[in-house]
Write a protein that binds this ligand. Structure first.
Ligand SMILES: *Cc1c(COP(=O)(O)O)cnc(C)c1O
Length: 362
């Protein structure tokens, strides 16, 4: 008997996995994590809380404590919150609920690769919209694309990964209004929202089909925990909850998310320090011949290399500095992205750049 392996869905065969090399280096500036550990007092309180947990029981399915504390922190009712294992699981839940076979998701390229990746995983067709030369979304153009392609879900990433671009409030309001007219869901991914000047959280209301997605992975220094959330109208949360797996959030995750909020002033200090370092890195890169750096409202900077960017990436890595290589990405050919690290890490990056850039600039 010949044996036959099961075939994955036809629409998944062309799918590539997610690629971001996890390499051991001294200076890791490639995945936009926080360079700082969360406060030791947070870890102590978290571990203490875990000592009294009834581990033989399932966790609170509604994550009541977490959603209540987080709602109070954000000034939102708990009924407007959906929590999951990283914002990627939130995005997947949004797509499972509002996307799927025969439906389309629109995103404006270049943007976070996982929006398209997760859409495809849920059987949702992907429509690529364009951006202006400064990487901001042109609202007229975007609304025209929405009316023409009728997506069920539209993604806006602000600040945008990998460019750092922050969309204006006017743009997001106009897209939300267009989405409301078309019966479309607008998802604003604010993984880096705390680094920016304004947040679409203030637009969330029962009258708009708007979900703002945030994460503990970046500013809260908890990428290892895997916790993200959506703030959305209660009627949308009720639909999302039907799709979310029951007991999706482990007890340690729920407890970490609630306790972390008691350390928000430490979080704000880390953010302020990183924003200052972003300014220093930006100024240095802007003054460097052979580099063109993009303004950023996030904890990273994308820059174009006037030479072989992939070669520069390799030479930086050879000097123990890992940044993200976007040099072969459509629309941002020749670009690399560096995460803002500690002052020492940023110095290490700048020193390595100083040595390697002249070797590759043409
Ligand atoms: C890092 C990042 C996330 C975070 O994903 P998690 O699953 O919460 O770790 C989400 N969106 C964007 C645009 C990101 O860059």
């Amino acid at each position: 008997m010949t044996r036959t392996r099961p075939l994955p869905r036809d629409d998944l065969r062309a799918l590539d996995g997610y690629h971001s090399p996890q390499v051991e280096v001294d200076t890791r500036l490639n995945t936009n994590e926080s360079p700082y550990a969360p406060p030791a007092a947070f870890v102590e309180r978290w571990l203490d809380a875990l000592r009294t947990v009834e581990w033989n029981r399932y966790p609170d399915r509604a994550a009541t404590d977490l959603r209540t504390s987080l709602g109070a922190f954000l000034g939102q009712p708990a009924g407007r919150l959906l929590c999951a294992n990283g914002s990627n699981e939130v995005l997947q839940t949004l797509l499972l609920t509002y996307g799927g076979a025969g439906r389309r998701a629109l995103m404006f390229e270049p943007t976070y690769a996982l929006h398209a990746q997760i859409a495809r995983g849920t059987g949702t067709d992907v429509v690529a919209g364009e951006r202006r030369a400064d990487y901001a979304i042109d609202p007229d153009d975007a609304i025209e694309t929405m009316e023409r392609t009728r997506p069920s879900v539209v993604f806006v990433c602000s600040p945008n990964n990998p460019t750092g671009t922050v969309e204006s409030r006017d743009t997001v309001e106009r897209l939300a209004d267009a989405a409301a007219n078309l019966g479309t869901l607008l998802v604003v991914d604010e993984a880096y929202g705390e680094f920016a000047q304004w947040s679409a959280l203030e637009l969330v209301s029962e009258d708009l089909p708007l979900a703002v997605v945030r994460t503990y992975s970046k500013v809260w220094s908890l990428a290892g925990v895997r916790l993200g959330f959506a703030v959305a109208p209660t009627w949308m949360i009720a639909q999302l909850e039907k799709v979310l797996l029951p007991y999706n959030l482990s007890v340690p995750t729920q407890v970490a998310g609630a306790i972390a909020l008691d350390f928000s002033s430490e979080m704000e200090q880390r953010v302020a320090g990183l924003v200052e370092e972003r300014g220093r890195l930006f100024a240095t890169l802007a003054a460097t011949d052979g580099i063109e750096v993009c303004p950023s409202g996030a904890n990273f900077l994308m820059f174009r290399v006037g030479g072989d960017a992939h070669e520069l990436w390799k030479r930086l890595l050879a000097r123990n500095v890992l940044v993200r290589d976007f040099s072969s990405w459509p629309r941002i050919e020749g670009c690399l992205r560096v995460t803002v690290g500690t002052p020492e890490e940023n110095d290490a990056f700048l020193a390595a750049l100083d040595e390697t850039l002249p070797e590759v600039v043409t």
